[in-house]
Design a protein around this ligand. Structure first.
Ligand code: SF4
Length: 357
């Protein structure tokens, strides 16, 4: 177990994690079919980062000069990732999301999707991307068996996009969304981090576009992770629960119970077409229903986004020792915290580009 807690925050607070073994959690026997943590939550969802590299420099994710990203030569191979997925499936994981960095920068990603579809029991394979490379890859990803994709896009205005993403590639991003729709991935789901003072005045524009394109747009709160911690201290936090209440009044959005993904978003129907979702880790935390682990591109299992703690599973992965890897997953379940402590000033130094969002 590696604990690399808080080195970059202004008011770092290292939070105690339970690390003692407990036979009732994790993987206590070699025939175990599921993964449960100390809070009784079942882990069935794995987010797999395939690269730390990115072709944008979003302000809440990276400094302008970027972060030192591990080269892809240091990343797990596709066969390694398939082995992890097979082992995770033996423990009840049935949903995988490929993340980064920007996952489409990893050469041959389509082949990984094809292998996961052919060689594992994963039911749902999803991708989170900034869309820039979708014109080139969307159809091949669809043909390889990718179930769904989410696009990260924080502004529809060229000036704002440039300010947030430090790039002038808004038109290319929108072309990527078009390509995804043409490949049959619709309705497209878009993730938008609402940063107070940056893009919080664009909500009406989003609502227009949602109706026009039948998109599903999810508004996310800024989390105190990596660069996001500094933005929050500068007043960047926007309460997305309050935004939802405003949209009920101003746009008549209506709640829906229909499941539209595997994550914590709650969805509301937009009269006229499309949907909005709200992801509220700060104003209405959902840690009590968390069912996810993360795998970093270099083979560490990260049980919680909020703590710089992980389990280095690479030796078991590279030696194809499935029993050892199952035990590593079990250790990760044992140390999975019941939830974040961000309201108490706790933060995370590992950046989003390493964690896979
Ligand atoms: S903060 Fe940790 S426990 Fe809470 S939802 Fe995120 S990963 Fe799960």
């Amino acid at each position: 177990v590696n604990d690399r807690s808080n080195s970059a925050s202004e008011t770092p607070r290292r939070s105690a994690l339970p690390v003692a073994h407990d036979a009732s959690v994790g993987v206590s026997d070699s025939a175990a079919r599921e993964l449960r943590d100390r809070s009784g939550r079942r882990v069935d969802y794995l987010r797999v980062s395939v690269t730390e590299r990115c072709n944008l420099r979003c302000t809440y994710c990276m400094p302008a000069e970027g972060l030192p990203a591990a080269p892809d030569t240091a990343a797990l191979s596709f066969d390694d990732i398939v082995f992890v997925a097979q082992t995770a499936c033996s423990l009840g994981v049935d949903r995988i999301r490929l993340t980064g960095g920007e996952p489409l920068l990893r050469r041959g990603l389509t082949e990984l999707v094809r292998k996961l579809r052919a060689e594992t029991d994963v039911r749902d394979i999803a991708l989170t991307t900034n869309a820039l490379l979708l014109p080139k890859h969307a159809q091949a990803l669809r043909d390889a068996g990718l179930s769904r994709l989410n696009v990260s896009l924080d502004s529809l205005r060229a000036d704002r996009f440039e300010r947030i993403a430090r790039s002038r590639l808004l038109d290319e991003t929108l072309r990527g969304i078009d390509a995804a729709e043409e490949a049959g991935f619709g309705p497209i789901k878009i993730n938008t981090v609402i940063v107070h003072g940056f893009n919080d005045d664009e909500v009406d524009l989003w609502m227009e576009r949602i109706k026009e394109r039948q998109w599903i747009v999810r508004f996310l709160e800024l989390m105190p992770i990596g660069e996001g911690a500094a933005l929050r201290r500068l007043g960047g936090f926007e309460d997305v629960s309050a935004l939802r209440d405003r949209l009920i009044d101003s746009h008549g959005i209506e709640p829906t119970d229909a499941p539209h993904g595997n994550g914590p978003a709650r969805y509301w129907r937009v009269p006229g077409g499309g949907m909005v979702g709200f992801i509220t880790p700060m104003s209405q935390p959902y840690c009590d229903t968390c069912s996810r682990f993360r795998l970093t591109s270099d083979g560490r299992i990260r049980p919680c986004l909020a703590f710089d703690v992980d389990v280095d599973a690479r030796p078991a992965i590279e030696s194809r020792d499935s029993q050892a890897l199952r035990r590593f997953f079990g250790h990760a379940a044992e140390i999975k915290p019941s939830g974040h402590q961000w309201h108490g000033g706790q933060t995370t130094s590992t950046g989003m580009s390493t964690l896979g969002g």
